[in-house]
Every structure is written in C-alpha cells, then in structure tokens.
Design a protein around this ligand. Structure first.
Ligand code: ATP
Ligand code: MG
Length: 544
C-alpha cells in the first residue's frame, strides 16, 4: 500500500553505498501533550521506513524540559503507539542520557568550544543580533577552560539560581544562521523532574541533547519536521565536535495539516482549557485519543498518511481524505444494523396489534461472510422523518409519500394512506398498510416499490443518543477573528432516536454502518439502557 517517498530513497541509497548496514530511526515526542494526527505522520514515517529495510525504531521521550512534562503524557503516548499498531524496539528517555550528555559538555569546555555565560536571557537576545545584523560576542566568551570547568561544576552542584548562568557553545556570533550564534547548551532549572527527581538542576537544551541522544542510540536517520531545517548545522556541529561513536544524520519532512482543524499543541490546549471541547479525547479533536473515541481506525489513519505521501513541503490535506479511508476500511468489515435518528411513528393498520415477527436479514449485503440476524416487524414502527414527504414531488423521490408504496428493508411493502397531525400542524404519525405477499426474499415481483427505506420496530426499539459532529474550526480567512472565535458553534449535536434490538448490548468501540445513515461507533460512555453512538462520518462524501 505504501508509496515511495524521498526519505526511503535516501535510505535505499545509503544501504546501497554501504553507508549503513542497518536503518535505525526513532520517534522522539516531548511528553508534554497528547499526540495528534500530525504526529501520526512522524510515527508512521519513522516506523514504516525503517521496517522497509529490515531496520527498527525506538521510542524516545524527549524529556529534557521538566517544566512542561508529565508522566501522564508518557503513558498516553505509549498507548497511542500501541493503538496504531507499532511496537518500538526500545523505549528510552532523554533523561537516561543526562550523565553522558554532561560528559560531552565537559569535553566541549576542555576543547575550548563551550563557555559559561552570565548574560541574562534578555541580554543574550540583544547580543544575538538579527537576520540582517551580526551578533556581538558575550563579555564572558573568553573565560579560561579552568574557570569554565569550575563554574559548570558549580552550576551542576546547585550553587547558582535559575537563569543566572548558561553553558553556551562557542561557534560564531556573526554566522548568518542565528542558531549558530553561540547557542545555549545548558540552563539552570531547580525543578523536580518526573523521572530523575532532584538529581539535576541543570538541563540540556534540545539542540544539544537531541543529536547526542541519536548518536548514543546508533540512530542512522533522524527524521523530523521542516521547522528544524535551520537547526541542522548545529546538529552537525554537535556531532562533529563531541567525538561520538556513531554519526546520525538529520532529514526534514513537511508537516501535515488538515483543513478545518488545528494541529498545534498550544491551540489544542486552549480548546480544552476554555471548555470549547470536552477534553483531549473529545470526538471532534484531531488528537489520536479523540480520533479513536470518534471511531477512526488505525488502518484508516495509516492509509491516509501513507497515501497522502511525504515531501519536503508542509501540506494541508482535506479532512475528507481521512473519511474516505475510514469508509474504505469499514465498508466490508462493519455490520449494517438499522437506526432511526429522527423518528417518525408509523402504524400498520392491517397488522395484528398483538403480534411481532422476526425476519432474517444479511448483516452486510456486500459481505455475506458477516452472517445474518433477525429483525423485528410489528404494527408499530419508526422510520426517519427525512424518508417521508406528504406529496411525492417528482420521479426522483425514491422514498415514502402519501399514497405511495415503499419496501421496508428486509420486510414488507408498506403504503401510506393517511397522516396524523398534532395541534401545531406537525405530522406526528403515519397510518400505513402492509402487503403480506411482499415479504422480502419471497420472490414477489408483481409491482415495484418506490424505493427501499430502513425502519426500527417500535416495541423492541432501543432508545439511543446519537452524537453528530461538524468540523471544529471554521475555515475563515478573517484575520480579525481570534482562534477561539473560529471554533464552530455547531460542531456538536445531540439527537435521541432508536436503534434495533440487536444493538442492545453494543460495546464501546463497536463500529457499525447504520443502514442508509452513516458510520458510527459506540461511545466509551455508552451502556445497555443508555446507548450512545458517535457519528464517524457520513456514508458518502459531501464533496462533489
Ligand atoms: P512542540 O511545539 O512542543 O515542539 P511538536 O508538535 O513539535 O510540539 P513533538 O512532541 O516535539 O511535538 O513532536 C514529536 C515529533 O513529531 C517531532 O519529530 C515533530 O517534528 C513531529 N511532528 C509534530 N507535529 C507534526 C505534524 N503536524 N506533521 C508532521 N510531523 C509532526
Ligand atoms: Mg517539537
């Protein structure tokens, strides 16, 4: 299924040219949030490309910034990977390497390539210069190796307060690449780390820690998204100067964006904190926990990622694409029970009122392997309001109308003879007759019905709550509108209706195609007696 991509081409050449014997990649999330479908691109790219060459992938928690990280996210990320079907060869933590990373910092100091700087954060950014102007050397740049070693040791021992000193690489304050203007390698943070506790009060910066971690693990291809492009020279500087045993290379790919949603952790957090959504696993969220709760399958996500390809430009993909792969995945796998979301009562006036019969139907008319089940039929039924119109407007109306006959799926032809109104003039009931000779499967062919519609028998029907979703973010180019103002106020709709009796014990995560209605999954909060179904997507794309 997977299409080729530029990363695999690079790997293929590296194997061919004997640059590497084995391909080793890693997925390095920072455990500071829930993963979203953009991360799925990084996960799938790392795992699938290594696998294609018989190599492997590590999961590495990039936990070098204790201020933002939490063990809750570590567990959630492991669970997400498992759900997507990927097992990392090893699970490592950036904090596993704090001692080794510290030793490399000492090495750089000894080589005259790093120094302790007393500039404040503010001063440092002033000294850094701009895109058009070179930076200015720090007054602390020429400290002796001995002084730097002494100060750095004291930083580690906790002698200095937060923010009072940093360890910086000595590279080039005039470099056109601002990342090379003596970047910070270590900062002081007296803060408890979720794994190392209070063992450390200095923590390495991402740009220093990451290449070293890659090297310690023997990573060959360090894949990341495009925004790290201009960090690559610093990545290579660290690798070239730290006397490492194994040389990794960084390659960047474009970030994945999806229409009518948001991929940034900051904004996802805003949605949760402002209670615009019910949590990270709200079925409208692009998080993997949200998509999972809604009913998207791992295969639909995998195929979506692989088929949308990979390039060195950021891309925005229509959310309809994901729905397409969901339908493809479930079309033959899911059973097709009947649900009436917008019920309209039907009374069959010529059917005995004390009788219920059961009719055998296929669970999925396109896949007989899914077997059959029994559906009920009696004198009281529900059909969907959308399947009835008082007067048949034209020949394209292939549903019920007054004086018109349709087939009820798996059952009989019914004809609507009269309607009942409430005091406001709304139709609340249809009075119909059925024809006993038209039983489904009986071979009856004397006349054709005006289409087939679905129904639920009323006495055995199970009341259910249906949750329907619209895109979370309105595509609005109005620059004036803040992010929170672009949240779609109609993105969540609750409707009570009925499902057939066979769904009485539907379990959370069970997926269905409700006949003629859409793809649904039983919600986590659903229980027998109070069923809840999430609409994953409509039966057909609305995009023409
Ligand atoms: P932060 O803003 O906290 O750095 P991040 O989105 O970069 O967040 P990380 O936890 O650092 O999240 O991401 C882990 C990996 O997933 C990184 O290699 C990152 O490049 C990749 N990644 C994140 N978002 C996307 C995306 N939308 N498309 C492709 N890759 C992504
Ligand atoms: Mg990141």
């Amino acid at each position: 299924m997977e299409t080729s991509n530029f990363i695999k081409t690079i790997m293929e050449n590296d194997i061919k040219n004997k640059k590497h014997d084995e391909i080793i990649t890693r997925f390095p999330p920072e455990p500071n949030a829930y993963l979203h479908i953009g991360h799925a691109r990084a996960i799938i790219t790392n795992f699938e490309s290594a696998k294609a060459f018989g190599g492997y992938t590590n999961l590495r928690f990039d936990d070098t910034n204790p201020a933002k990280e939490d063990a809750e996210f570590v567990e959630a990320i492991k669970e997400d990977l498992k759900w997507l079907g990927y097992t990392p060869k090893n699970v490592f933590y950036g904090s596993d390497y704090f001692e080794k990373t510290f030793e490399k910092a000492i090495l750089l100091i000894k080589k005259g390539l790093a120094y302790v700087c007393d500039l404040s954060q503010e001063e440092m950014s002033k000294y850094r210069g701009t895109l058009n102007e070179p930076g200015i050397n720090s007054p602390y740049r020429d400290r002796s190796v001995e002084e730097n070693l002494d100060l750095f040791m004291k930083m580690r021992e906790g002698v200095f307060p937060d923010g009072s000193k940093t360890l910086r690489a000595k590279i080039d304050m005039a470099s056109p690449n601002i990342n090379l203007r003596d970047p910070a390698l270590y900062r002081i943070m007296h803060i408890n780390h979720h794994r190392t506790g209070n063992a450390w009060c200095i923590y390495p910066m991402y740009d220093f820690a990451h290449p070293l971690q890659d090297s310690f693990e023997g990573i060959t291809h360090s894949l990341c998204s495009l925004e790290y492009d201009n960090h690559r020279p610093l990545y290579d500087w660290v690798i070239n100067n730290c006397e490492v045993d194994s040389i990794p290379h960084q390659y960047e790919f474009g970030r994945l964006n999806i229409t009518n949603t948001i991929m940034s952790k900051r904004y996802l957090k805003m949605l949760v904190d402002s209670k615009k959504v019910k949590g990270y696993d709200d079925p409208r969220m692009p998080t993997l926990v949200g998509l999972r709760r809604r009913g998207y399958t791992p295969d639909s996500i995998k195929n979506f990622i692989l088929e949308t390809g990979l390039s060195r430009i950021n891309s925005t993909v229509n959310s309809e694409m994901l729905d397409h792969f969901l339908r493809e995945d479930l079309k033959l796998k899911a059973t097709r029970p009947m649900a009436v979301i917008n019920p309209l009562k039907v009374t069959i006036t010529n059917y005995p009122s004390d009788q219920i019969e059961y009719l055998e139907v296929l669970n999925n008319v396109e896949n007989e392997e899914l077997g059959t089940r029994k559906i009920a039929f009696s004198n009281e039924l529900y059909i969907d309001r959308d399947d009835f119109i008082l007067e048949k407007p034209n020949k394209h109306w292939k549903r019920l109308a007054k004086d018109v006959e349709v087939r009820l799926f798996g059952a009989y032809f019914i004809k609507c003879n009269d309607v009942v109104y409430d005091e406001n003039g709304n139709i609340i009931e249809l009075l119909c007759t059925y024809d006993v000779n038209t039983k489904s499967g009986s071979g009856f062919n004397e006349r054709k019905p005006n289409g087939t519609i679905h129904y639920v028998e009323a006495k055995t029907a199970q009341k259910a709550l249906f949750l329907q979703f619209e895109p979370l973010i309105l595509d609005n180019n109005d620059e004036e509108l803040s992010f929170l103002e672009r949240v779609n106020p109609n993105s969540y709709k609750e409707t009570y209706g009925y499902v057939e009796e066979s769904l009485k014990d539907a379990k959370p995560n069970d997926k269905f195609q409700f006949l003629r209605t859409g793809y649904y999954q039983t919600d986590y909060d659903s229980k027998p007696g109070s069923l809840i179904f999430n609409c994953i997507t409509a039966l057909k794309s609305s995009v023409k």
